[in-house]
Design a protein around this ligand. Structure first.
Ligand code: HEC
Ligand code: HEC
Ligand code: HEC
Length: 210
């Protein structure tokens, strides 16, 4: 626990540096709050899933904005999650509560799902990251990630939490169009408990065992 706290405070410092830059550069005049609520220094949305005219994303001068169905109404019947827009989209797809078209012009096109997990070992006490190709290729094409975001070779890409929070790597989507980084989502990515080390001296190991 101690070391998780240390990690959190280190990350918060990094995030502080980032958000200070954000304020200084004057880019914080957007209404939409940063969904990565893990960043406690940025304002949180007071209302969950606000209606399009109030979400700070849609153009309030456009008539179209007022005829869109408000998300709260549309999401009512979908399985819940604890962050982002509070919908578990992976589950919603699995339960066939939503059946999005893979190809906008052809309703018959089905995705080619690749079932390959990539395990990224994490230094320190956090559990390792499991990147699942299956849950991503249900919605996304290989070319959404390869090669612009990730070289398709295990271990070839340098990744870190700081750059994810800055909107790179996983952060190109997570915190924008997929679930954000919040205290309740760490374990969704960091899902693989580390094997206990043989050395009896390593006291941190018991803390990460699930
Ligand atoms: C959402 C992003 C994303 C999508 C979409 C995606 N991948 Fe990947 N892929 C990754 C990541 C992340 C890695 C791991 C890279 C690393 O470890 O540095 C990876 C690794 C790979 C690897 C290397 C495996 C190994 O063992 O070295 C291959 C091959 C690959 N992807 C092929 C594909 C193919 C084919 C598709 C489409 C069917 C696809 N990927 C879709 C993110 C993605
Ligand atoms: C969207 C997926 C995702 C989420 C959510 C996430 N992480 Fe990470 N995390 C990663 C990836 C990817 C790495 C890089 C792993 C590697 O080195 O290959 C990482 C690395 C780390 C590291 C190692 C040091 C560093 O900064 O890179 C720590 C510590 C960490 N994460 C803590 C957290 C905590 C705490 C949370 C929750 C507040 C969290 N992570 C949420 C994907 C995620
Ligand atoms: C191109 C966009 C994109 C990138 C890049 C991306 N993801 Fe995702 N990810 C998604 C989408 C879309 C979903 C499904 C919607 C959701 O769960 O919010 C998803 C879902 C997930 C899930 C949930 C699986 C489940 O069973 O609920 C995990 C875990 C995950 N991503 C980890 C990662 C990690 C780790 C990385 C970086 C190595 C990454 N993603 C990069 C778009 C992306």
């Amino acid at each position: 626990m101690q070391s998780i706290n240390k990690t959190l405070s280190l990350l918060l410092t990094l995030v502080f540096v980032y958000s200070a830059g954000f304020v200084l550069s004057g880019r914080n005049n957007v209404l939409a709050a940063d969904p990565n609520t893990f960043n406690r220094l940025l304002k949180k949305n007071k209302v969950r899933n606000p209606a399009p005219p109030k979400d700070g994303i849609h153009n309030i001068q456009s008539d179209g904005t007022y005829i869109l169905q408000p998300p709260l109404e549309a999401f009512k019947k979908l399985p819940k999650s604890r962050a982002g827009n509070y919908v578990d989209w992976v589950k919603a797809l699995k339960m066939k509560k939503i059946q999005p078209r893979y190809d906008k012009n052809d309703p018959k096109v089905k995705p080619i799902i690749m079932d390959l997990n990539i395990i990224r070992e994490v230094k320190g006490s956090m559990p390792d990251v499991v990147y699942p190709h299956a849950q991503h290729t249900e919605w996304l094409d290989c070319s959404n990630c390869h090669p612009a975001i990730f070289i398709p070779q295990k271990g070839a890409n340098q990744m870190s939490m700081a750059s994810i929070l800055l909107g790179k790597q996983c952060g190109v989507c997570h915190g924008k169009v997929a679930f954000p980084v919040t205290a309740s989502t760490c374990r969704t990515c960091h899902s693989k408990a580390k094997k206990p080390k043989k050395s009896a001296k390593n006291k941190n190991v018991s803390a990460v065992k699930k």
